[in-house]
Design a protein around this ligand. Sequence first.
Ligand SMILES: [Zn+2]
Ligand SMILES: [Zn+2]
Length: 792
Amino acid sequence: MTNPPSSPGKRKHIQVRGVVQGVGFRPFVYKLAHSLGLTGYVFNSSSGVTIEIEGGGLEVEDFLKTLKEEPPQLAEITQITVSEVEVQGGTGFSILSSHHEAGEFALVPPDAGTCDACWRDFGDSANRRYGYPFTNCTHCGPRYTIIRDIPYDRVTTSMASFTMCAACQAEYEDPEDRRFHAQPNACAVCGPSLLLVKGFVNEWSAVAAPAAVARASLGNCWFADKDALPIIRQARSLLREGKILAVKGLGGFLLACDAANEVAVSELRRRKRRPHKPFALMVRDLAAARRLCELSPEDEASLESPRRPIVILPRRAGSRLATGIAPGDNTLGIMLPYTPLHYLLFSDSPEMESEWPALVMTSGNLSEEPIVVSNQEALLQLGGVADWFLLHNRDIATRVDDSVVRTFEGRERVLRRSRGFVPQAIDLGLELEEVLAFGGELKNTFCLTKSRYAILSQHIGDLENYETMQFFEETLSKLKHIFKVAPRVAAYDLHPGYMSARMAMGSGIEHKIGVQHHHAHIASCMAENHLQGKVLGVALDGTGFGTDGRIWGGEFLLADFSGFARRAHLRNVLLPGGDAAVRQPWRMALSYLRDAFGQQMPNHLSFFPGIEERQVALVDTMLTRQIQTVETSSCGRLFDAVAALLGLASEVTFEGQAAIALEASADRGIGDRYDFEIEDGEPIILDLRPVIMAIVKDLSRSRRAGEISACFHNTLSVAIADVCGKIGAGDGVDQVCLSGGSFQNLYLLGRTVVELRRRGFGVFLHAQVPANDGGLSLGQAMIANQRIREGD
Ligand SMILES: [Zn+2]
Ligand SMILES: [Zn+2]
């Protein structure tokens, strides 16, 4: 008599959706099935991963539990469907070749920073990948940036031109190996190699390891064959001399220099024509980050996450950085090395001291053009900026900038969603039509919707030149192809001057839906918080075209996905001279003074010591006679005005500069606030004239700018909450969504959240998509989806 099996045999068919390809999912399934003695198979399909397992009922249950609870670290499972099928018998568990079904799509993984196991390989002198700058495995390395087509296989990536050596091939074919089907798998023998080239300012020449040099195909340049260290050491000695290096990374070129070298930093600013905008920094490790900034546990988690974003951190006093890194700012944007190549710019290995506290790592582009990706493009476009070029011979198939995040209330908030995040789809939890939302004008992203997902593009940039529009087009055709989306509806911003709106008009998509700017902001916040029904949305930003033809930007909207009512806004003031008023915040200060004081204007010239009297008089005439002016309720312009009154920014060179300076100056110990007025009506008007008058009075008493700034912030947050209180009581809503670029100001955001909660509101914020215009496209797509449903 034989023993019966511990539990009756079962066979299950399992469909897994989400980010499950290119992240080591099949070897994980293979090993798991083996360990439980299950038979069956696994394969990649165009809708994800398909599995069949057979064996004892308990083991099958164990398998499903582990699959759900402990998937590979880069995997993101959005759905698992399990069905019972007939028992087939059979032996062994196998990995089958990929299947493709029409109409479905699998989620393509984003790039991931080097994993711990690869750092160990890289740092171990006995390992064959010791010091190899392109070390990666199934848990880390380039993905989206090397993908030319789907399915994600080596032949459809820019690794296609590298034939694996026998050792790499063996790893690639071994399901037990960490590099099983790691498409970018490479080593010094067979993979990409470095090249160091002098800029053509003088002449072209290349430095490489003398013993290991081979003539290569890129014109008159030289490649190092095997050992990267001689080249890297040469690159470091150039940085030590204060030279500027263009470094080819994952998603594009970065410009690097020693962040402690005053001359190099100011030279980089001059050559890049970027006088003020803060430079991002790269530090070697967390310890180096802690020396420069205050880090919370959440900040550390963000810095070390596989996404490896730039994290905005409060700056410590007394660091030995050049003063020109982030003038007027009390924060620093810091990231950790996300490939071994970046690490090598600090030292050969952890045992060796880093030569600098930090390196400047700013996008390799000319101001406002897309990040440069090819070697040729770099040599041509960055020839006047970089002294030397650290190149490699793996092509970048997709331009992707570094992402930027900041933590607030213990959660990571994305400010720029690019490398490491894109093209990860956002699961919105409801079925969506195929829509293309074109986004805004500044910090543009676009958004495709399909199935339950929003697919947001990486940060495209400001749509103000041909190159950026080309970048938009190339990214759009790629994402449409990868995700098999054929949009039947186009959503666009109502601003007639926006290039994104014009692109929508010329897109060939017949059905177009215009969406008001601030409505899109609120819908974006609602979407990522999975909110339905009516909310009270507070959208504060610089510029958005209003339905009355004015420039909006201080808006309180009662909104859902189908529409909105403008319940309140900041009192309108005049914007003198369009763009000039944005570049010259003193113009807004004058406008606010005129509005507050009318004919009783104090001596306005005294407020703008650096500005020519004639110019001030001219703008004053524009204001009093309303020549070349439009009305605006912009919160960004309010911040500009106050910053200019306090002498913090009379002229600016990048968006948000005045607001950042004003936030940085605020004295955190000040609790008092100014008076303001709320004028009832439809809409309600938030009148801050008393604030401007009080600030003028404070200035005349020589109150410190930091105190005035804090007082101003305190006032605005109480005023916002009071207006919400009024609207909430009238309309019966108790959920508030905060959106718009002004809420990147954490002093304002923190205070506003506290004030709103004190009044009983549930407060919802952005986390996965930016509060700034980078998040607009998601809101546009949601609103368009709702209008289609309603038969628009
Ligand atoms: Zn790895
Ligand atoms: Zn190899």
